[in-house]
Ligand binder design. Structure first.
Ligand SMILES: [Zn+2]
Length: 340
């Protein structure tokens, strides 16, 4: 089969890779229906992650089950499935407490490489969820979004304790930030401020429920948020970037007693203790427990209550995966969907 392999920063190739097979009785092998490029893949693409190359790429996927191991109980060949970007056993104490992306037996799907024609999924019962039937083609982008970016935005809104009546700020206008807006709206936020400088992303944020747009950053960005909140800061802030600048933006935009939900994969973030002490905010975040929320998210998509697939503004054949990365790296695309 063919799939994406990164050889050096900026050098993603579509090349032959070994066909996946059942290695453990808890595995499934799926045939890819759609996969995509993640904002977090760009860290690797830009050479900012210390990894050994060549490396298989991709961790978001929807597909059809082709084969299951002897111990897989909840799935059958032919099922249309969505899985989390982290494979989890679903049975350990951490999974049962609701944090499957930190399962004691976790397998990051990026290690296996979902930007490919086929994929082995470890812990199939604990990782994959089957849809109620074969989805309409128009639902596939939204179901694919549930594999990571929707689930991550959803968790960010929960971590930021978004509730009816609250004012929410979203730092970051990538797919996760935009779906954080969608999640905040779904949780009943009264006011949703999207921090974005890009007209196309501002429009999508508004479509998802943003009531205000702030283009300023840093001190000016904080001042604008204070202006909008009687000088207090927001109740809830979603951080969806993962840099020092964005974390400080998020913490400084939150009122005392408020909540920051941080889901941007952290790169070089180091928080000053004096700022943390004086801010008096709740900080919670990390890799989203997507598998926990998948049944609920699939149900909302299935009943067309939410349309997170709108974040895909470029669709390419999987064989053009390199262009998919380039378009996102150059910010010509918010998110690239790839079809085998
Ligand atoms: Zn577990």
């Amino acid at each position: 089969m063919y799939g994406a392999v990164i050889h050096a920063p900026g050098d993603v190739r579509y090349e032959e890779r070994p066909d996946p097979t059942i290695e453990q009785p808890t595995d499934a092998v799926i045939r890819m229906v759609a996969t995509c490029v993640c904002g977090s893949d760009l860290w690797t693409y830009r050479g900012l992650n210390p990894i050994k190359r060549p490396l298989h790429m991709g961790h978001e996927y929807v597909g059809i089950v082709e084969e299951i191991g002897a111990d897989v109980q909840t799935l059958a060949p032919g099922d249309f499935v969505i899985g989390s970007f982290m494979a989890s056993d679903g049975t350990c104490e951490i999974c049962r407490a609701g944090y499957p992306s930190r399962c004691v037996n976790v397998v990051p799907m990026g290690m296996l490489g979902a930007q490919a024609e086929r994929l082995r999924v470890p812990w199939a019962d604990g990782t994959l969820v089957a849809t109620p039937g074969e989805p309409d083609a128009e639902l596939i982008p939204s179901l694919l979004a549930a594999s990571d970016v929707l689930g991550t935005g959803w968790f960010a809104a929960e971590a930021a304790a978004v509730e009816p009546g609250k004012t929410v700020v979203v730092v970051g206008d990538g797919a996760v930030g935009l779906l954080g807006v969608l999640a905040a709206k779904a949780r009943g936020a009264e006011r949703i401020v999207a921090m974005s400088r890009h007209a196309d992303r501002q429009q999508l944020a508004q479509r998802f429920g943003a009531t205000d747009i702030v283009t300023e950053r840093g001190d000016e960005g904080v001042a604008r948020i204070k202006d909008l909140t009687n000088g207090l800061g927001a109740h809830s802030v979603i951080e969806a970037v993962g840099t020092q600048e964005s974390m400080l933006q998020a913490i400084r935009s939150t009122r005392p007693g408020g909540h920051v939900g941080f889901v941007g994969v952290s790169h070089g973030v180091s928080l000053p203790g004096d700022l943390l002490f004086s801010s008096e905010v709740h900080l919670f975040g990390g890799p989203a427990p997507v598998r926990r929320d998948l049944p609920d998210l699939i149900d909302r998509i299935w009943h067309r209550e939410i349309d997170p697939g709108l974040v895909f503004d470029l669709t390419l054949p999987l064989s053009e995966v390199a262009e998919g990365y380039r378009a996102m790296d150059e910010r010509r695309a918010i998110k690239t969907l790839l079809m085998p």
